[in-house]
Design a binder for this molecule. Structure first.
Ligand code: FE
Length: 335
């Protein structure tokens, strides 16, 4: 398995800090997935910055963006609202919605996915490429008029005047039914339980127009899930905390926080959680695998996995297996 951006759609692993790196207005942007690496299905990048680092107000014509804060404090402007986002907080930003941010902590970091957009071309146009000798962000700098123009000609972006201003707005407890901009606080979302693993929908098919789903998964140390592959959708895994073993094709790897794994359609894979509490987040594109989680899981009010595992409803999955984009190649896990 490649451990670099492959340039063709295949499985690959990036360790924390690896990827294509740019300094953008002093922020370190590390591209984890470009269209050429994912058959055009998704892009991903990590952006880190020092206090007062700004990404100015802009909107995307076609890209739907989803971000999760990893470190620090990010003041996100989203439409006419302002949200103070801390680690684990999530925002969904459909096309056309004005957005931008200012990093308010000493060191802030976020993971941004983009579907149907051109985020990696934008970062390349706005930034200067840097090598592995640059391990962190530089002093904040303004994005010049020339850079903004380069970005606008390279990507589906328009930089906007911030004349209207914005006011604080609350996060919502669960994703809305239809396409809309929203923010979820860490732990919120639509929660479902299978065995001892808690799955939380951060975005579902309804509010991405079928473009993608995003899920956060948390659980204790456990056994492996069944080896399987998907014929139609790509899955990505980003480890947030703890430690997990993943099988991707023929290879076994251990993911630590900050590691990213790309599992395109057709790749046999499985995972196992190895630490007392492991949390990972993933974007799956296109958005068509939501029914699997609704079949496997039961709704969950609690915001952490239970002390005593509940049933894993693989029996229900097996009844519907022909309707789900799931091909099993190993024995099911029994919880
Ligand atoms: Fe899978």
């Amino acid at each position: 398995m490649k451990q670099t951006l492959p340039g063709t759609c295949e499985p690959y692993l990036l360790r924390d800090g690896e990827g294509e790196r740019y300094l953008v207005a002093g922020q370190l942007a590390t591209v984890l997935a470009r269209p050429e690496d994912t058959a055009g299905l998704l892009e991903a990048a990590i952006v880190s910055g020092r206090r007062n680092s700004v990404f100015p107000l802009h909107a995307h014509r076609s890209g739907h963006e989803a971000i999760i804060v990893l470190d620090g404090l990010v003041e996100l402007r989203l439409g006419s609202s302002v949200h103070a986002l801390r680690p684990g907080d999530y925002a969904s930003i459909p096309p056309g919605i004005p957005h931008g941010y200012e990093m308010k902590g000493p060191y802030s970091r976020l993971l941004a996915w983009t579907v149907n957009g051109s985020a990696s071309r934008l970062l390349a146009a706005l930034g200067d490429p840097v090598g592995s000798e640059t391990s962190g962000p530089a002093d904040p700098a303004a994005l010049s008029v020339e850079r903004r123009a380069l970005g606008q000609s390279a990507a589906d972006v328009e930089f906007l005047d911030d004349a209207a201003g914005a006011s604080p707005a609350p996060a919502i407890p669960a994703p809305p039914a239809d396409v809309a901009a929203y923010v979820l606080t860490a732990g919120d979302g639509e929660r479902m339980l299978a065995g001892d693993q808690l799955f939380t929908f951060l975005s579902h098919q309804g509010n991405t127009g079928g473009a993608f789903i995003t899920l956060s998964t948390v659980g204790p140390r456990g056994g492996p899930i069944p080896r399987h592959f998907h014929a139609q959708h790509t899955e990505t895994f980003f480890c947030l905390s703890g430690r997990m073993t993943m099988w991707n094709g023929d290879e076994e790897v251990t993911l630590h926080p900050g590691d990213f794994l790309h599992v395109p359609a057709g790749t046999v894979h499985a995972y196992q959680l190895d630490a007392p509490l492991t949390r990972f987040v993933g974007l799956l594109a296109p958005g068509l695998f939501e029914p699997f989680f609704r079949t496997l899981c039961d709704p969950c009010e609690d915001d952490l996995f239970p002390v005593v595992p509940r049933p894993v409803r693989f029996d229900r999955v097996m009844q519907k297996i022909n309707e789900l984009d799931l091909k099993l190649v190993g024995p099911p896990r029994h919880g």
